[in-house]
Write a new protein. Structure first.
Length: 146
């Protein structure tokens, strides 16, 4: 996977989640080494931790809390008017503010956000993503052994 957003001044790289991420605009750095993950964003007042998705997340600016315990996941953001649910990525997602709906059924995933001018598709992370507002394009092709 590679990802670039002009608006966020962001670059991402994955090679199946050895992952690094940087966003100048969000004052954000990420690291994964296959989701041992740490994350910090100065602008969002956000900290994340994963240790392979036992995950906790907090953002002061977004009024957001997350929890995972390996993607039994719940998520709430007061500012985005967002709720999420996973039960290991059977996932639903809604954000009033972003005009966003998501669906997963274990990452067969579709995503739409009116506000971000965004569409996403996954079919288990063969994923493509486009956002007009963020000036973002993403592409990911899962590499399977054998």
């Amino acid at each position: 996977m590679v990802s670039y957003s002009k608006v966020l001044g962001m670059v991402s790289y994955s090679k199946v989640l050895e992952m690094v991420s940087y966003s100048k605009v969000l004052g954000m750095v990420s690291y994964s080494k296959v989701l041992g993950m740490v994350s910090y964003s100065k602008v969002l007042g956000m900290v994340s931790y994963s240790k392979v998705l036992g995950m906790v997340s907090y953002s002061k600016v977004l009024g957001m809390v997350s929890y995972s315990k390996v993607l039994g996941m719940v998520s709430y953001s007061r500012v985005l008017g967002m709720v999420s649910y996973s039960k290991v990525l059977g996932m639903v997602s809604y954000s009033k503010v972003l005009g966003m709906v998501s669906y997963s059924k274990v990452l067969g995933m579709v995503s739409y956000s009116k506000v971000l001018g965004m569409v996403s598709y996954s079919k288990v992370l063969g994923m493509v993503s486009y956002s007009k507002v963020l000036g973002m394009v993403s592409y990911s092709r899962v590499v399977r052994n054998g």
